[in-house]
Design a protein around this ligand. Sequence first.
Ligand code: SAH
Length: 193
Amino acid sequence: MNLEKEKLIEFYRDLDRSYFMDQYKEYAKEDAPLPIGYGQTISQPSLVLKMTLLLEIHKKCKVLEIGTGSGYQTALLAKFAKEVYTVERIEPLHEKAKERLINSGYKNIYYKLDDGSLGWEEHAPFNRIIVTAAATQIPDELVEQLATGGRMIIPVGPRYLQDLMLIRKDEEGKITEELIEKVRFVPLIGKYE
Ligand code: SAH
């Protein structure tokens, strides 16, 4: 295992999930998804780690995250990336996550309250894109906003069971898709709902 991976796993082990939760804090150490209010959930930690590892993040990466939620996944990304652009559509979740991450000292995160299903065009291209809500199909806009040599991870499929897809864009702009595993995420609201 390379050093970056080891560092990420170490940081993940030390990251206190309960800090990103207002309710069910006593279950924070369980490897299970938990409600964070407004019908949304924080994913199970092992899946958050897996998705982050699949992205192969490093300090030169500009990352787009759709679905800030609690900010837990954002923290993991921001620790190892150059910058993270994160979009959330539910105002209280956006506000809370922002407060938590700012209080934790992160200075490389840019927050937006909006529908993120169409990405964040002004800041494109992104070296990495992570979507933490399920789309019924891969959003064209996100593929468009992915830099060459980039990677995107996104759950794709119907309401209750989706395919976690790893999308790569090579240096020529050619797209390849790889199925990782079956997952269950809350829906990505908007054009790809
Ligand atoms: N990564 C988050 C997971 C949150 S669940 C965490 O670690 O806590 C998925 C989030 O995606 C929810 O907060 C939901 O409100 C948000 N979401 C759903 N559709 C969205 C959209 N179109 N744009 C932005 N955020 C969206």
